[in-house]
Design a protein around this ligand. Structure first.
Ligand code: FMN
Length: 248
């Protein structure tokens, strides 16, 4: 039996949460990276006996479309799976139900779902440094409860039809510090960055912040004024600590 982690995590928060859970189940975990556009996901093998974790961040209360599209290329073979949606302390809305529908369509047996909190990847003042020690304890407790679980998850919160998906509208740009190393071009999950001017195709960009987060020269930026306005508008919703939730 393998523990298989199928993860979309542009800036690493989702992966941190996923690994606390799957790493508790088994020391060595097989990882399938949904942010890697070079992978042929149809060829990724899942066995019925595998224990699978599917983890994605919430973007505007929805699952990232590209992550769902890549997941849907896979075949679940009836393997038990746990869904993990990771959000930045505002709300996850329809993310988990969208993930549930996609996982079932692939042929996974969904046994549990978790909504967990990690630092907001656009506004790191919200949920900063999460998952923290208290989150880790809680997630490990969830992992133990899930390990003994048999049968489908009873009810996952969210609406069908899902809320309308809307982009964050924040398109990162290179600054004068850009040394054209190519890392952002290579790592952008949706190939939105052009390899000569390092400009971003705003139609392809999903505002996931990976290029901003991973640039070794810290040479990619989004419009600071727009982020400040969004942060102010979301202050009330984001400021009070939300706890992780388990659905069995
Ligand atoms: C485009 C975008 C939209 C987001 N929308 C939400 C949201 O609706 N609710 C929320 O609580 N957090 C939201 N966040 C925060 C992320 O869900 C959170 O930071 C998550 O941990 C990011 O995952 P990653 O670190 O694996 O990339 C959003 C982040 C981005 C980049």
């Amino acid at each position: 039996m393998n523990v298989v982690e199928i993860v979309f995590s542009p800036t690493g928060g989702t992966e941190k949460v996923a690994h606390i859970i799957s790493g508790h189940w088994k020391e060595s975990v097989v990882k399938i990276d949904l942010s890697d556009y070079k992978t042929d996901f149809a060829k990724c093998k899942i066995e019925k006996e595998d224990m699978v974790l599917i983890a994605m961040p919430s973007f505007g209360g929805r699952a990232p479309a590209v992550a769902i599209e890549r997941l849907k290329q896979m075949t679940g073979n009836g393997a038990k799976c746990t869904l993990v949606c990771v959000y930045g302390n505002r709300a996850y809305e329809d993310t988990l139900v969208e993930m549930e529908d996609a996982a079932k369509e692939c042929g996974f047996q969904v046994v549990a779902a978790i909504a967990a909190v990690a630092e907001h990847s656009i506004m790191p003042q919200y949920a900063s440094n999460r998952p923290d020690e208290s989150d880790k304890k809680q997630l490990i407790h969830f992992a133990d409860q899930i390990a003994g679980k048999d049968g489908e998850v009873v009810s996952i919160p969210g609406n069908r039809p899902y809320k309308k998906a809307g982009g964050a509208g924040l398109v990162p740009k290179p600054t004068k510090n850009c040394v054209k190393c190519g890392m952002c071009v290579e790592r952008c999950p949706v190939q939105a960055i052009n390899s000569t001017g390092y400009t971003t195709d705003s139609k392809k960009c999903i505002s996931c912040m990976r290029c901003v987060n991973q640039c070794p020269e810290k040479a990619r930026k989004v419009n600071g004024a727009m982020v400040s306005i969004a942060a102010l508008a979301m202050k009330k919703a984001c400021s009070i600590r939300k706890e992780n939730e388990l659905f069995l």
